[in-house]
Ligand binder design. Structure first.
Ligand SMILES: NC(=O)C1=CN([C@@H]2O[C@H](COP(=O)(O)OP(=O)(O)OC[C@H]3O[C@@H](n4cnc5c(N)ncnc54)[C@H](OP(=O)(O)O)[C@@H]3O)[C@@H](O)[C@H]2O)C=CC1
Ligand SMILES: N[C@@H](CCC(=O)OP(=O)(O)O)C(=O)O
Length: 418
């Protein structure tokens, strides 16, 4: 494998993609979706081998859940590609502009970034989501997925490349680093001559590596230590339903709930029903040591939460619980232990909701809703390339617009500056 050559070819492909019409790009995406359906058996077979290896290595349940494709999941992925077709193409949109006194007519026009590289977890849908969003925005992509999903990714990338060929486009528009050796990741980080944006999706080690070694501008898709705060003014039953959804709907995802903060005025009314429901749902509570003495917890064994557990994701049916004296204390806890991903308040008080929204510095802040909504599909973006946990140049679920930049186009009539 020659990464320099890969970069060169990706750049050349990107120039070609940049001048495709919306119709041509949509045709390509439809071809990818149809090929995914056609090749479903091959993809699922490769995935079964990846999953079998992961099971043999006794990898975590969260990793295996992310890695696993089913007939339904694969059909959903293909349908998501079709949904991206239906979105309007941001490329070529004139953001603003006008006629200047000098006579120049200027336009600020949306254009592709060029080449986007993504390092991501062992989650096969990401390969398709990222590739289709990049192609729809006229960007070439270099993909480096998690080592546990290399067989599945080889199949899905091949499907994408077959669709590219069918549409008369260069296969280098979507390339994958197929060798799992991490030395290629280190080399990729230095390809600034060809790669315009790097998106590392994953944990702290990956982000540190990219921050320290990448010569390419980086947008981080970071871990989600997500919180819900139950305010003193909140209906107990509704709050419990939201907590169950945020924790249980897909615990392996980065936007699932890890820590529940409860206003102390709610404890007596809330805890008995809450504890019973958690038992019923199979959710294991990890209780703050200061809260363990509450009578609602007596007669049962609970492990106290460690500081480290507050700072990390469970990604399983485990949940930290802590009482706070005020909204201010809840916000302070989230500032200290959160990862600026997704955090929410459950309240019937509009003013409290506003304070929370203003004071919590996360990519997605929720009022009376589950944190599980932080997702490009759910936000109406079709899909996502990552959930950015930084502020520049994109934040939260990154859809089509996040894969564009703009250009100033200046139309003159042999116009000269005075
Ligand atoms: N906000 C977002 O968009 C996303 C957030 N996440 C968060 O990240 C968490 C961790 O996920 P996980 O899969 O464990 O992530 P990892 O950081 O372990 O792995 C993600 C990718 O980075 C690579 N990688 C990690 N460390 C290095 C390194 N030192 N050198 C080279 N490559 C490296 C991995 O390669 P290899 O295969 O060799 O291990 C893999 O391809 C999730 O729980 C989730 O919260 C995950 C995805 C999206
Ligand atoms: N946005 C996605 C989760 C984001 C994601 O892919 O990250 P992860 O679950 O950590 O691999 C969803 O809601 O399913």
């Amino acid at each position: 494998m020659n990464l320099e050559l890969m970069g060169q070819k990706a750049k050349a492909a990107a120039y070609q993609l940049a001048s495709l019409t919306a119709q041509q790009k949509n045709q390509l995406l439809m071809a990818i979706a149809d090929k995914l359906d056609e090749k479903a058996a091959d993809i699922l077979q490769a995935n079964q081998l990846d999953v079998a290896d992961a099971l043999e290595q006794q990898l975590s349940a969260a990793l295996i859940d992310r890695l696993t494709l089913t007939v339904e999941r694969l059909a959903d992925i293909a349908n998501d590609v079709r949904k991206v077709c239906q979105l309007s193409d941001p490329i070529g949109q004139v953001v603003d502009g006008g006629q200047l006194d000098s006579g120049l007519k200027i336009e600020r026009r949306r254009v592709p970034l060029g080449v986007v590289a993504i390092i991501y977890e062992a989650r096969p849908n990401v390969t398709i989501d990222v590739a289709t969003l990049c192609l729809k925005t006229g960007n070439a992509a270099i993909l480096r997925g998690g080592k546990e999903t290399f067989r599945t990714n080889a199949q899905t990338v091949s499907v994408i490349q077959q669709a590219l060929v069918q549409q008369g486009l260069p296969i280098e528009a979507v390339q994958a680093i197929e060798d799992p050796d991490r030395q290629w990741v280190s080399q990729l980080l230095k390809l600034d001559k060809y790669v315009d944006m790097l998106i590392p999706r994953g944990g702290a080690g990956l982000h540190k590596l990219c921050r320290e070694q990448s010569t390419i501008p980086v947008i981080t898709g970071g871990i989600g230590v997500c919180h819900l705060y139950i305010d003193e003014m909140m209906n107990t039953e509704q709050a419990i339903n939201v907590v169950v959804n945020a924790k249980k709907q897909r615990p392996s995802a980065c936007n699932s709930l890890e820590t529940l903060l409860i206003h102390q005025a709610q404890l007596t009314a809330f805890l008995p029903d809450f504890i019973a429901r958690m038992e019923q749902e199979g959710i294991t509570l990890h209780v703050d040591s200061a809260l363990l003495s509450h009578p609602a917890f007596s007669g049962r064994e609970y492990a106290p939460v460690t500081d480290a557990a507050y700072r990390d994701e469970w990604l399983s049916l485990d949940l930290n619980v802590k009482a706070v004296e005020s909204l201010v204390e809840a916000v302070e806890h989230i500032r200290e232990y959160g990862t600026q991903h997704s955090d929410g308040i459950l309240t019937e008080n509009y003013h409290h909701a506003q304070v929370f929204v203003d004071q919590v510095d996360s990519a997605a802040v929720y009022v009376n809703a589950s944190t599980r909504f932080t997702d490009g599909g759910q936000f109406g973006l079709g899909a996502e390339v990552a959930v950015s946990t930084q502020k520049l140049h994109a934040r939260g679920p990154m859809g089509l617009e996040a894969l564009t930049t703009y250009k100033w186009i200046c139309w003159g009539q042999n116009t000269l500056r005075d």
